[in-house]
Design a protein. Structure first.
Length: 203
């Protein structure tokens, strides 16, 4: 590859020259979450996290989001106007672990609270549940942390899959009602599991 091509490629990504730094920051955040996880495992004897995933939003997906939000497709938009270039998903065993991890994360040096959306207490009309936390790290880098239980994650993955593949043709009201019913049933199981956990702890 010619030197000029290399620079053209850098220009081509919506993140400008920050793509690699975003990856590094994402790994730093994953390490911080791993240490919270280890600390909680030490304290309770149980790992609160089932899965931990991170991604830097793909170039195309970020460009599409800029267009949707009416923003120019520039590094300024991708890094500072939109806050989920870095996305981290923490899938927890129990609902209360979500809030404990949220609090511990915000107590860490370098982590600043920006915004949160509690779709667990304020469920989206379609049944989607998850806790979304936007943070700013080291005074510059935004990241969206999604915290959910295994059930919430399963539902979101299946709903995304169904919608993405089929765009809901035909009796959409019935499909949407059924999806919402599944979400509510899963949520009720989460609540029962949480109650069982509390009962076992009290014993
Ligand atoms: P990806 O690839 O998962 O990141 P916007 O981001 O503009 O769509 P907003 O209000 O900024 O909207 O974001 P919000 O409500 O915090 O939700 C953003 C992310 O949450 C989505 O990311 C999804 O991952 C997830 N999400 C939100 N609502 C639903 C839903 O109804 N079903 C499912 N399966 N996931 C949902 P992206 O950007 O779509 O993609």
């Amino acid at each position: 590859m010619k030197e000029s091509d290399y620079y053209n490629n850098i220009e081509d990504t919506i993140y400008g020259s920050s793509k690699e730094t975003l990856e590094l920051i994402m790994h730093e955040l994953l390490d911080l979450i791993t240490s919270i996880r280890a600390e909680m495992t030490e304290e309770t004897g149980m790992d609160p996290v089932e899965h931990l995933l991170g991604r830097v939003k793909s170039d195309e997906s970020m460009r599409e989001k800029c267009r949707r939000k009416g923003l120019p497709e520039t590094p300024q938009s991708a890094l500072y106007e939109i806050h989920d270039a870095i996305g981290i998903r923490i899938v927890c065993a129990f609902i209360d672990d979500i809030y404990t991890i949220r609090n511990r994360l915000l107590a860490l040096p370098g982590v600043e609270f920006v915004e949160e959306k509690d779709y667990i207490r304020h469920v989206k009309p379609n049944g989607y549940r998850s806790f979304h936390l936007i943070i700013r790290y080291r005074s510059q880098w935004f990241a969206e942390i999604q915290l959910r239980t295994i059930s919430m994650d399963t539902w979101a993955a299946l709903e995304h899959h169904l919608k993405y593949k089929h765009h809901f043709k035909g009796n959409t009201a019935l499909i949407e009602r059924e999806l919402k019913r599944c979400a509510d049933e899963l949520a009720s199981t989460d609540e029962s599991m949480q109650t069982l956990r509390d009962m076992i702890r009290d014993l």
